[in-house]
Design a protein around this ligand. Structure first.
Ligand code: MRU
Length: 351
């Protein structure tokens, strides 16, 4: 598939990411409620990929809206609500829903069929723009990576977490394409193992040298001088530069600071939530404790033991060396640099 999530013959198609790398199963949806379930169950995951999927799901919902204008608006809003209730942390989901809602409002006078086409057109743009943003981010970010380096990454911020190419893995891909000699260390990323199942899979498939490590191994390897920098993605970045990302990211950033290793975050501007002053306001998803007590469905803990499962943590801005976006690289103070990038017109972006 060219894109992680795509539209084919009136259906949304995607690979079931809960089955990779052992099984490559393509899922097809013609019902937006089932797409909402797929997001909740993490068949598709990763902040930008969730946003693109929600946009396509609204295009799907638009195909069966009633003719009556007020019933139609109510049905569309219900679809927005159902999709918004799937996962709380990644702001790209809410950003994409708002983009689609804005298109709906501007074109609400169109007949139902034309409106559905207009919404599908915007969803396809969101998909394409995501890959373009990742490529630009890659070009900016690659300049930060040494000619020869071992780069640590956490979770999966790759092609599978976006419409394609990836954010953190996009930076790594761009560095490799620029001829740099890069080795990747991939944290396995308990509890859902996105590093083992997805990052190792996509880098291996691309022929980029990757070594899988247990999450607890990273700090020790830093101490031995075996890691030159860390690059991760983000689910939401507050106005002050605090970064919410997969649980365990904060530990990586702390270890990087102690060992004086740069800690970079790569994320599109749609991940930046300037409405939140700091990371304290970012809603953190709590997932089922079973994900901790079990490993891919098999119990690994005593029956009945308590477990906590926050899916994300917040890394304070002071631990972030730089934030790589599609319009350039932001550094502290982030209140100013993030806002300036957000306000830069596309034709004034410095290459
Ligand atoms: O729970 P997930 O797998 O959706 O979490 C994904 C992450 O935390 C990624 O690092 C983040 O979404 C950035 S993806 C480009």
């Amino acid at each position: 598939m060219d894109y992680t999530v795509d539209w084919r013959d009136g259906r949304i198609v995607m690979v079931d990411q809960t089955l990779l790398p052992q099984t490559y199963r393509v899922l097809e949806y013609d019902n937006y409620r089932e797409v909402a379930d797929a997001i909740r169950e993490m068949k598709v995951r990763g902040a930008p990929a969730i946003g693109v999927t929600a946009a396509f799901a609204l295009a799907l919902a638009a195909r069966s809206l009633p003719d009556d204008p007020s019933a139609r608006e109510e049905a569309f809003e219900e679809a927005c609500r159902i999709l918004a209730a799937t996962r709380p942390t990644a702001v790209n989901l809410f950003w994409a829903i708002e983009e689609m809602r804005a298109v709906y409002r501007v074109h609400r006078a169109q007949d139902a069929r034309t409106l559905a086409e207009t919404l599908l057109h915007r969803a396809k743009e969101i998909q394409r723009e995501d890959v373009e943003a990742n490529r630009r981010m890659g070009a900016f970010g690659a300049s930060l990576i040494p000619e020869e380096a071992t780069v640590l990454t956490h979770c999966n911020a790759g092609a599978l977490a976006t419409a394609g190419y990836g954010t953190a893995l996009g930076v790594i891909r761009a560095a490799v394409e620029a001829g740099k000699r890069i080795q990747v260390l991939a944290d396995e990323t308990r509890p859902r193992l996105q590093g083992a199942m997805l990052t190792a899979y996509e880098l291996q498939r691309d022929g980029i040298p990757v070594t899988l490590i247990a999450d607890g191994a990273a700090a020790g390897l830093m101490r031995q001088g075996k890691i030159q920098c860390a690059v991760v993605g983000a689910d939401r970045i507050a106005a002050n530069g605090d970064v919410a990302n997969k649980i365990g990211t904060y530990s990586v950033a702390l270890a990087c600071r102690y060992h004086r290793i740069p800690f970079y975050v790569a994320a599109p501007l749609s991940t930046i939530d300037l409405s939140l002053p700091s990371g304290e306001e970012i809603p953190i998803e709590e997932r089922d404790a079973n994900e901790v007590t079990h490993l891919r469905g098999e119990p690994v803990a005593p029956d009945g033991v308590d477990a906590l499962n926050p899916a994300f943590d917040v890394t304070p801005a002071e631990l972030v060396t730089a934030i790589i976006t599609e319009k350039g690289i932001a550094s502290a103070p982030y209140e100013e640099s993030l806002k300036a990038l957000r306000d830069t017109p596309p034709d004034q972006v410095q290459e």
